[in-house]
Design a protein around this ligand. Structure first.
Ligand code: CUA
Length: 152
């Protein structure tokens, strides 16, 4: 009779263990993993069609998307050319370390993190040439890391 009780206890223990493992797998831990998934594909920038060729694309009547890659110590494309009287969304990522993306004289300013995409939308009006600078220390060439945004 004792053997049957032990058997029953063992079976219950095993079921309990399976239950707790299953609970762990569908619990909040899994959601965390998808939250931290990088915005850039694990294949890297060259495998990500948005950034393998940094460029400006027309996406609406007066709407443009600018895909920009920051890397020690440049921005690409350079210059970033966008039409006057339009809305431009910049999608900016980094090929190496943390950089900044600041359009001088405007409030367009973002931190640029490898593996992530910073997004900022601006309205541009008159034709004008803007400076573009990196405002996060990124290495020996940080102080010369700059580009241009040309509104034409
Ligand atoms: Cu890039 Cu400082």
């Amino acid at each position: 009779a004792y053997e049957k009780i032990w058997l029953a206890v063992s079976v219950l223990l095993i079921l309990f263990l399976i239950g707790s493992v299953t609970y762990g797998a569908v619990g909040p831990g899994v959601a965390m993993v998808s939250d931290t998934e990088p915005a850039i594909d694990s294949g890297g920038l060259d495998e990500d069609e948005r950034f393998s060729e940094p460029r400006v694309e027309q996406v609406g009547e007066n709407e443009y998307a600018a895909y920009v890659v920051a890397r020690q110590f440049t921005f690409q494309p350079d210059p970033i050319v966008v039409p006057a009287n339009s809305t431009v969304t910049f999608y900016v990522t980094s090929a190496d370390v943390i950089h900044g993306f600041e359009v001088v004289g405007t409030n367009a300013n973002a931190m640029v993190v490898p593996g992530e995409v910073s997004e900022l939308t601006v309205k541009v009006e008159e034709p004008q040439e803007y400076g573009l600078i990196c405002n996060e220390y990124c290495g020996a060439g940080h102080h010369v890391m700059e580009g241009k945004v040309n509104v034409v």
